[in-house]
Design a protein. Structure first.
Length: 528
């Protein structure tokens, strides 16, 4: 094994030296144009030894303190720009979004595992435009409210029933519930007649995808991709082939099963993202065979991508919400008072959304407190650019440190504290709560920027909000052993969150105390 690693490293270092030399040659022709500041690199390998292998955003934030809002790094074959401030991210990725809308080449997950066709990673171009069109059409705020309110309400109610039955696995039950929501939206079911469990199939794939984001040499030195499968150190290529087969078999199975059901017994197929789009395509008499093939490819991939896009991110928000409620009981009490005032003796619904500004602010604060994707999804610059006198060359990978934005004390007072009231102000004439536009909403950055902003953000936010409402309607959440912040307990962000590509809370314990016997009875009756 040591010999294998040495062999592939020798190949990589040779490729790295050549790639870095080519970059240096290009810069020598532009020596009069400075690039942003950053950590000094080494000859041939640049900053490859400086790049973090875990908790990336914490390193990026330290660089931001030293070098300012833009940090420049060089690794073999790549130039990297890290943005550590909201205004710079807004300017580059949104106002100049037409030239920053591409995705960088991700060799392991995109090419070897075969996920480059998924919505988050797809290159900027005609297929991306089709994805966006389909997702915008199917996941607009109006469609989410009209078509998915009943599903979100029903699943949220089932989730609180699961907490009541088995409170010790509340995080597992949360992931399962969200998985069922998304697979029902994508395919109209989370389990088919033969017993194939779509949630388990997706989660098996998610386990693989997490491994591909752990930092493969081939993503820093793409030339390594060309070594033979049998070459010492090429285990990543053998893994890639195996995982590629599993990923694409899973996608094709779900898509082709639904397509077959539509052809054989369309009356038995429930409405869903994929079914609705296929029926619309079938009814389009003007579509050419090429148009049909193109659109079917987009439907297959975009419907499949919903799971990767929505489940882990919404799980992140709700995990942070539950942790915050246990740590900040004063916030929890205010949220529950609002629920009692609006709902009374009824069961909450999506229709209560506009009547609960405090709960909206709680959900926004959960987004800010632990941004689900702390470093976003990287962008790629499609042409040379200049910003504040700095030259940014075409092909640069651009990473936005959303975590640092969430912790920017210029934007948020006491940023490590969970305080939904930072987004609210009281209307003096009516004594009602309204949103304070002077405070930056996490909605402005957590879901990304510009043309690559998350198309499922309305669905994810509504799912997080209604689940939060049901949990607080049904339970009081208590920290174990008096470990709430109001009991004097202190913890750093690193003791709360894992800072993965999708940041989740670290394991924690809390107690769910039913609010009343009447609420328990309502849960039992409604969940039957």
């Amino acid at each position: 094994m040591a010999t294998d690693a040495l062999a592939v490293n020798n190949v990589a270092l040779g490729a790295a030296g050549l790639a870095t030399a080519l970059l240096v040659k290009r810069w020598l022709t532009r020596k009069d144009l400075p690039h942003p500041p950053g950590p000094p690199g080494l000859p041939l390998i640049g900053n490859i030894l400086d790049m973090p292998t875990s908790k990336f955003v914490l390193t990026y934030s330290k660089w931001g303190e030293k070098y300012g809002p833009l940090t420049w790094c060089i690794v073999p074959g790549q130039t990297i720009l890290i943005i550590n401030a909201f205004e710079e991210a807004k300017e580059l990725l949104e106002r100049r979004g037409t030239i920053y809308a591409d995705r960088p080449r991700l060799v392991m997950v995109g090419e070897l595992v075969g996920m480059a066709g998924g919505t988050p990673l797809i290159p900027y171009g005609p297929m991306w435009r089709t994805h966006r069109k389909l997702l915008k059409q199917a996941l607009s705020p109006e469609v989410v409210k009209r078509d998915y309110s009943d599903l979100l309400t029903r699943k949220s109610l089932l989730y609180v029933k699961k907490i009541f039955d088995r409170p010790e696995v509340f995080l597992f039950s949360l992931k399962r519930t969200l998985g069922e929501i998304v697979t029902e939206i994508s395919y109209g079911q989370y389990q088919d007649a033969e017993g194939h469990d779509y949630v388990e199939m997706h989660e098996s794939l998610i386990t693989i995808l997490k491994k591909t984001f752990m930092g493969y040499l081939v993503d820093l030195t793409a030339a390594v991709k060309n070594i033979p499968d049998w070459f010492p150190g090429a285990q990543f290529k053998r893994d890639g082939k195996l995982w590629n087969r599993q990923a694409n078999d899973t996608r094709r199975f779900m898509y082709e099963s639904l397509k077959k059901q539509l052809a054989e017994s369309p009356d038995t197929v429930p409405p869903s993202f994929t079914a609705n789009l296929l029926l619309e395509l079938r009814a389009d008499s003007k579509a050419s065979p090429e148009d049909i093939a193109h659109t079917e490819e987009a439907i297959s991939w975009s419907g499949f991508s919903l799971y990767q896009d929505a489940v882990s991110t919404t799980e992140s928000v709700l995990g942070a919400f539950i942790l915050a409620m246990s740590l900040f009981p004063g916030v929890q009490a205010k949220a529950q008072a609002e629920i009692r005032r609006v709902v009374g003796n009824s069961i909450p619904t999506i229709g209560d959304y506009d009547k609960m500004p405090y709960l909206q602010a709680v959900t926004l604060e959960a987004l800010r407190w632990n941004p689900p994707g702390p470093s976003g999804v990287p962008h790629r610059l499609m042409q040379d650019d200049m910003y504040n006198g700095y030259f940014i060359p075409k092909g640069t990978t651009v990473i936005s440190n959303l975590w640092q934005v969430s912790r920017d004390s210029r934007l948020y007072q006491e940023p490590t504290s969970f305080n939904p009231e930072r987004f609210l102000k009281r209307n003096e004439s009516s004594d009602s709560l309204t949103f304070d536009v002077a405070t930056l909403s996490p909605w402005e950055f957590v879901f990304g920027f510009g043309r690559r902003i998350c198309p499922g953000r309305d669905l994810g936010f509504q799912a997080a909000w209604i689940t939060s409402v049901f949990v607080l309607w049904a339970f009081e959440i208590r920290a174990k052993d008096g470990m709430s912040m109001e009991d004097g307990y202190k913890a750093t962000d690193e003791e709360r969150f894992n800072f993965a590509s999708i940041s989740q809370t670290l394991p924690f314990d809390c107690e769910f105390v039913p609010r009343s016997e009447r609420v328990l009875q309502m849960i039992r009756e409604a969940a039957m």
